[in-house]
Design a protein around this ligand. Structure first.
Ligand code: HEM
Ligand code: NAG
Ligand code: NAG
Ligand code: NAG
Ligand code: NAG
Length: 297
């Protein structure tokens, strides 16, 4: 009975949030964008492109599988120790820092509170708790080895980050490298293929694939795919100096708009193609080895 009431409330909240989100999506179409340099509101960290000092995490600090939340703690926008954070505070901070729409900023922390069995309105969490396996955190991520292989999800895997950044084929207006939608689809395909091979406990679901592509699509929207901005964010979990969200919409990045990036990214994922490429590479390598052996004999 309690379950039914709870679920009914949950469905209403979701319907409400999606409608609210769609209204904001429409409002964004008819209102002027924030001016460049003015996206982060007055009084919030990062206003006028000025971010609080970066201090790397210390021993005992709590960090999550999410690079962007960790960066907020590293800059003291969330508590530097990453502990005892309210879900409501998380809502407000991701809104001012990244210009996500208020609908989105409510939806994700509410989702996190629900999977931790806590009250969104009253309770608190530590960053590492957000990494609960197969809640949001899932196998085949771009910047973390699978949790079965590396239980501490709080630090980036620098080799994986390097491989991801190296996929960029596009160019920003200033000529610097840019990660595109096909680049991200390709990177996700490779990661899912490799993760499945290296982790005997690998799991994958449509639901988590969509999470994965939505999480990584923020790199294309809020970061505009800029490798110059993504490099410090993904390697050190640090804001590039003078960074600001590249989505300047008055009511922020809505889930509805976000879907226009996420769905093409997910649609472009092709692990079968990666399987063929990997097999061809292995065959070529075996060939080289046997030629070398023949030569040395
Ligand atoms: C309430 C806020 C948030 C929560 C609870 C959250 C949680 C998470 C979690 C658990 C992961 C790990 C998923 C995985 O296994 O790949 C993740 C990854 C990610 N998050 Fe967040 N996140 C939040 C906000 C944000 C924001 C504001 C951004 C960007 C501005 C962001 C960008 C990313 C990216 C790019 C990844 C992918 C990293 C990868 O594939 O390795 N997240 N997030
Ligand atoms: C978390 O913060 C609240 C409010 O400031 C405080 O009452 C509580 O003792 C803190 N909990 C921990 C474990 O620090
Ligand atoms: C939340 O509650 C459910 C149902 O009681 C339980 O299965 C789950 O393990 C709990 N999750 C956490 C993170 O405690
Ligand atoms: C990350 O994935 C979770 C699961 O869908 C989602 O709730 C959250 O909105 C995603 N975060 C971002 C920034 O896309
Ligand atoms: C975005 O797409 C997902 C997956 O198709 C869907 O469940 C969700 O309702 C969409 N959200 C919005 C706000 O359009």
């Amino acid at each position: 009975m309690g379950g039914i009431i709870h679920n009914t409330a949950g469905v209403f909240i979701k319907l409400f949030v999606f409608q609210w989100d769609f209204a904001l999506f429409l409002l964004n179409l008819v209102t002027p964008d924030h001016k460049e340099g003015e996206v982060v509101p007055k009084g919030a960290a990062g206003h006028h492109l000025s971010w609080p000092e970066y201090v790397p995490p210390k021993d005992g600090d709590s960090r999550s599988a999410c690079p962007m939340l960790n960066a907020m703690a590293n800059h003291g926008i969330l508590p530097h120790d990453g502990k005892n954070i309210t879900f409501v505070e998380l809502n407000h901070k991701i809104r001012s820092t990244f210009n996500f729409a208020p609908s989105f900023c409510f939806f994700v922390p509410k989702f996190a509170a629900d999977f931790l069995n806590r009250s969104y309105w009253k309770d608190r969490f530590d960053l590492e708790e957000i990494s609960l396996h197969n809640a949001i955190e899932h196998d085949g991520s771009l910047t973390r080895q699978d949790a079965a292989l590396v239980p501490d999800q709080g630090k980036p895997d620098l080799q994986l980050v390097h491989d991801l950044l190296a996929e960029a084929t596009g160019k920003m207006k200033d000529g610097s490298p840019k990660l595109t939608i096909p680049d991200l689809s390709r990177a996700l395909s490779k990661r899912r293929y490799d993760a499945k091979k290296s982790n005997k406990d690998y799991t994958e679901s449509f639901f988590h694939n969509i999470f994965g592509s939505s999480n990584s699509s923020t790199m294309l929207t809020l970061f505009g795919g800029s490798i110059n901005d993504l490099t410090p964010m993904l390697t050190e979990e640090r804001f590039e100096e003078h960074w600001e969200p590249r989505i300047r919409s008055r009511f922020g990045l809505t889930m509805a708009k976000f879907n226009f990036t996420v769905l093409p990214v997910e649609r472009g994922v092709n692990t079968k193609k990666v399987a063929k490429e990997r097999e061809a590479e292995a065959a070529a390598q075996a060939e080289t080895v046997s030629v070398q052996e023949a030569v040395t004999k």
